[in-house]
Design a protein around this ligand. Structure first.
Ligand SMILES: CC(C)(COP(=O)(O)OP(=O)(O)OC[C@H]1O[C@@H](n2cnc3c(N)ncnc32)[C@H](O)[C@@H]1OP(=O)(O)O)[C@@H](O)C(=O)NCCC(=O)NCCS
Length: 140
């Protein structure tokens, strides 16, 4: 099996990527919104196994001081093989910023801690759907 990382967005199968999110699991995504969010992100990483999309990640960056990473995701059968770390490394390298911020999906904090991320004492977010953020365990 050939694993390949790519930043190429043209020709991407957004329905297939939405299925990756669904199965990972990282939530149900509308393919059109997924495409817009990835197109509008400065850094993107897509992972393919034998030509089939199996993972992704994206980051917003000012190119100097900060980048914010979102949507790091892999199909379950490809998790635990170092590919999450590879996506994170690729995004940080492309972003070219000194500092990286993110919020972990509940239960995934240890993955990011392994990569050197620290819990922040004052991080805050204004969610569009506060109820959903509560249910997901993102806020108290
Ligand atoms: C979270 C996720 C991206 C991690 O990717 P991955 O390929 O499984 O992780 P890696 O194999 O690169 O792991 C890197 C290191 O983190 C550790 N790690 C990975 N997931 C972990 C977890 N849930 N808890 C503790 N440690 C974890 C690995 O053991 C490895 O440690 P090592 O370098 O000492 O061997 C992947 O599991 C995933 O897609 N999960 C579902 C979607 C999701 O929740 N994404 C996160 C959104 S914030």
């Amino acid at each position: 099996m050939t694993i390949r990382l790519s930043t190429q967005i043209e020709g991407l199968d957004w329905l297939a990527l939405a299925e990756v999110f669904e199965r990972a699991p990282l939530g149900t995504r509308d393919p059109a919104t997924l495409e817009l969010s990835f197109r509008n992100s400065q850094s993107r990483c897509f992972v393919y196994a034998d030509g089939r999309i199996i993972g992704a990640g994206r980051a917003l960056s000012d190119g100097v001081l900060w980048c914010v990473i979102f949507d790091v995701v892999l199909l379950p059968e490809y998790q635990g093989q170092g590919l999450g770390r590879a996506i994170m490394d690729s995004l940080a390298e492309q972003a070219g910023a000194a500092q990286v911020m993110l919020y972990a999906a509940p239960g995934k904090e240890a993955f990011y801690a392994k990569l050197g991320f620290k819990m922040m004492k004052t991080a805050m977010a204004k969610f569009a759907n506060v109820e959903r953020a509560l249910v997901r365990g993102l806020i108290e």
